[in-house]
Structure formats: structure tokens, C-alpha cells
Design a protein around this ligand. Structure first.
Ligand code: FAD
Length: 411
């Protein structure tokens, strides 16, 4: 019998097993390889965490329920603990100016290799779990080719985003069968499709623009795609937007633009906008939206034309048509109901002996390393709790054996 069977060999499942190197652990994954999603994180560079304190990091999870649930794991296993964990195992890390932490190789394979090489467990891939049966003191796991028995089970099956990597939502069915409630899964951290055509702007990226949605303004990097908007500031916003909402981008401060237009009457409008740091093709877009020829000199603008141009540059509005689906989402919002899981141990309150870690749980963080950190912190707490349970089980087995032995001597 195994001590633990981990279902799902993503970052959470691998990190859990890597923290139980001296126990009988088996990882089952239905994909061809483990850690596939890790390879596409951070654009292939793996942004594993953010150089913040745990309390600062918690702010990047949107609801109070999520922050409350994740507090014990993020405080027990902090961003600096995660950095030390990898550095102690020979992985060199770099911290970008914005706090995002990557392997210095900027290659996600470095992280996956480090994790796999510290997993001292059997890993079975291409293995579909068809059912989990809770027996009195153990579980029987049925798979496509055989069955296993184990004292503890951990579901680390991830969410539903990027299903090609293996996280297809089937873990929710397993959790449901064991008595858990699933908060409806929705794609999160996704690009936005807009009603306005953006194909001509596709590939333009703007740094540190302010984006306003429903009176709340955030600053960040934005990328135009062939059918809408993407980039970190948009991905983080996508959770809150609905069809028909306006997303307003401010690329230039209206007052600064007006001052420049008045100071340089002999210069072309497009040149003035470009000198203020806006890419040429985007300067043209601002002029077109203001019904102005970008080749006109600033001095030829009538007052109303100048005011309209400045207003447009300060607040360029796009209407949300839809958000992209699970195929393009970075994370899933929804999952195993948090109130049904003990936040200090990750053990199910419904089915004792069953544990959870990672994105299968109903939390989702912003883009910036928060999700991998949460996957590792929840896995760490689960590993600690499972180790204690395994050891106390072993102790009680030894204690149970001894009295029997001494009893037989007495007789
Ligand atoms: C494009 C992209 C970029 C991202 N970039 C970042 C980033 O830079 N930083 C960051 O913090 N986060 C990032 N994320 C989010 C992050 O990757 C996830 O939050 C994290 O990988 C979740 O880890 P997990 O182990 O819980 O789930 P997953 O990594 O999804 O792993 C789940 C595993 O379970 C297996 N599985 C699922 N169901 C079953 C089943 N029924 N039976 C057996 N096996 C099963 C799957 O095959 C998979 O191997 C990104 C996500 C995407 C899609």
C-alpha cells in the first residue's frame, strides 16, 4: 500500500511529492508528461513567484475568501522560502525590477527538471483515474489499467485552462464523487475581444498605460492583438469585465499633449505624439479616432479639434465583446469549494484522508508569479500535514504491535 497517491503531476503535485522524498508516494497523471503547463508559464521562462512578503502577495488574490484561505499556506511557505527551495537545489534565480522571479536561464525547463529530479516517487503518465473509492482506513484508486491502494490521496489536478496541457477539469468530477462542491469554473486571466477592430494595431505594446474599467484605474503593460486587448494589465482585469463594458486606455496625459501641441505649432501632430513615447501606428489611431489627418501641423488645429485630440489620447475607449475561453486563459476561477477544505492542512473536511493543492481549489491570483507560488505553498502545507499523518500512523502501528507482543510473552 502507498502512503500517498498524488493525482496530477503539475507544479503543485510535483512540489508536494518533492517535499515527501522519504515516503511511499506515487504520482498518477493522465497526460503524456508531467509539468507540461509549467513549460509555457511566463512565456516559457516560468515566473515562479514575486519578491514580496506573503501579506503583500495575498493582495493579488481577488476575494476575501481566497485571501483568508491562502493566508496560512503563504505565511508558512513564503515567496522567499520558495526562492530558497530552488536555490538550495542549485537553481539560480533572477528578480526582475518589477519583482517577478524567474530562473536565470529564463527557461521554464530548468524549474521542471529541478522539481522532477527531487521527486523520489514513481510517476505514471498516460494513466487515467477512473474512480476513487474511500475504504475505512485507505483509498482504492482505479485507473485505466490497474488499481492501487493508498492511505492518503491528494487531488492536484489543476483547473481547466489550457486543457492541452492535461488540466481538463476531470479532477472536479473526482472531487465531486468524493462529496465536494465545485464553484462553477470560469476562464480567468484571459485576453479581451473588443467590438472595435484592432487587427491593424496587432503587436503594438504600450508600457505603463493606465486602464480604467468601472471607475477603477490600473497601471500596467498592454498588448494589442488581432481581435482585442491583452498584456498583464488586461489579463488581470479580465476577471471583472462583462460584455458591453467599456475599457478605457489612457496613453497620454491630455494636458501634456495640449502643452506640446501649443509649444510646437510647426510640428506634425503624429510627430508630437511620437515624441511623447507613443508608437507611430498608435499615434495614427488616436488621430483617426479624432477625425484628424495625422500629417497636419499642430498650429493648424482649431481649438475644438485640439481639445478633442487631447481628450481622445487621454481616454481611448474599447467595448468588451467577450473574453477568450479556457484555451487561452492562464488560470481558472472556481473549483473545489474552499470552505470544505481545512486551510491549515489542505485536508478535506468532507472526506478525511483526501487532500487538495494547487489550482483545483477555488482560488485564482493575478498574473505575476502568484499562481505558482500558491500552488507550491498549498502543496507544502499538504506535504507537512500528510507527513505527520503517515508518521503518527506508523507510530500507532508500532505501539499497537508492542503490547500484543508483550501480552503474548506474559501469557
Ligand atoms: C500560458 C500560461 C502561462 C502562465 N504563466 C504563469 C506564470 O508565469 N506564473 C504563475 O505563477 N502562473 C502562471 N500560470 C498559471 C500556472 O501555470 C498555474 O496556476 C499552475 O500551473 C497550477 O498548477 P497545478 O499543479 O495546480 O495545475 P496544473 O499545472 O494544471 O497541473 C495539473 C496536472 O494534473 C493532471 N491531471 C488533470 N486531471 C487529471 C486526472 N483526472 N487524472 C490524472 N491527472 C490529471 C494534468 O495532466 C496536469 O499535469 C500560467 C498559466 C498558463 C496557461
Amino acid at each position: 500500500m502507498h502512503d500517498l497517491i498524488v493525482i496530477g503531476g503539475g507544479v503543485a503535485g510535483l512540489f508536494l511529492a518533492a517535499n515527501l522524498p522519504d515516503r511511499q508516494v506515487l504520482i498518477l497523471d493522465h497526460a503524456k508528461t508531467v509539468g507540461s503547463k509549467l513549460l509555457i508559464t511566463g512565456g516559457g521562462s516560468a515566473n515562479i513567484t514575486n519578491d514580496l512578503s506573503s501579506r503583500e502577495l495575498l493582495v493579488h488574490f481577488s476575494t476575501k475568501a481566497m485571501r483568508n484561505f491562502l493566508a496560512p499556506s503563504l505565511l508558512s511557505f513564503t515567496p522567499s522560502d520558495l526562492m530558497n527551495w530552488f536555490e538550495d537545489r542549485g537553481v539560480e534565480l533572477i528578480v526582475r525590477a518589477d519583482g517577478h522571479v524567474f530562473p536565470s536561464s529564463l527557461d521554464a525547463r530548468t524549474i521542471r527538471t529541478a522539481l522532477i529530479s527531487h521527486v523520489n516517487s514513481d510517476i505514471r503518465t498516460d494513466c487515467t483515474v477512473t474512480g476513487i473509492i474511500k475504504d475505512e482506513e485507505s483509498f482504492t484508486i482505479h485507473t485505466s489499467d490497474r488499481s492501487f491502494t493508498t492511505r492518503f490521496v491528494c487531488l492536484a489536478t489543476g483547473g481547466m485552462s489550457c486543457p492541452a496541457t492535461g488540466s481538463d477539469g476531470s479532477g472536479y468530477t473526482l472531487a465531486k464523487a468524493l462529496g465536494h462542491t465545485i464553484a462553477p469554473p470560469k476562464p480567468a486571466l484571459t485576453p479581451i475581444i473588443t467590438n472595435e477592430k484592432t487587427a491593424h494595431l496587432s503587436g503594438i505594446s504600450l508600457s505603463d498605460v493606465s486602464v480604467t474599467h468601472k471607475r477603477s484605474t490600473t497601471l500596467g503593460d498592454l498588448l494589442f492583438t488581432h481581435d482585442g486587448l491583452s498584456g498583464p494589465v488586461i489579463l488581470n482585469l479580465s476577471r471583472a469585465v462583462a460584455k458591453g463594458d467599456a475599457v478605457t486606455i489612457s496613453v497620454l496625459d491630455s494636458a501634456t499633449l495640449e502643452e506640446n501641441l501649443l509649444t510646437f505649432p510647426q510640428k506634425r501632430i503624429s510627430t508630437i505624439i511620437k515624441t511623447l513615447g507613443v508608437p507611430a501606428s498608435f499615434a495614427k489611431e488616436i488621430c483617426e479616432r479624432s477625425s484628424l489627418d495625422s500629417a497636419r501641423n499642430a498650429g493648424t488645429l482649431r481649438k475644438e479639434e485640439r481639445k478633442l485630440l487631447c481628450r481622445t489620447a487621454g481616454a481611448l475607449s474599447f467595448e468588451v465583446k467577450a473574453t477568450k475561453g479556457f484555451k487561452q486563459a492562464m488560470v481558472t476561477s472556481g473549483g473545489v469549494e474552499l470552505s470544505e477544505v481545512d486551510r491549515k492542512t489542505m485536508e478535506s473536511r468532507v472526506t478525511p484522508g483526501l487532500f487538495f493543492c494547487g489550482e483545483v481549489l477555488d482560488y485564482d491570483g493575478e498574473s505575476g508569479g502568484y499562481n505558482i507560488q500558491a500552488a507550491c505553498s498549498t502543496a507544502y502545507l499538504a506535504a507537512e500535514a500528510i507527513r505527520k499523518k503517515i508518521d503518527s500512523g506508523r507510530q500507532s502501528m508500532t505501539q499497537n504491535k508492542e503490547p500484543k507482543g508483550s501480552l503474548s510473552v506474559d501469557i
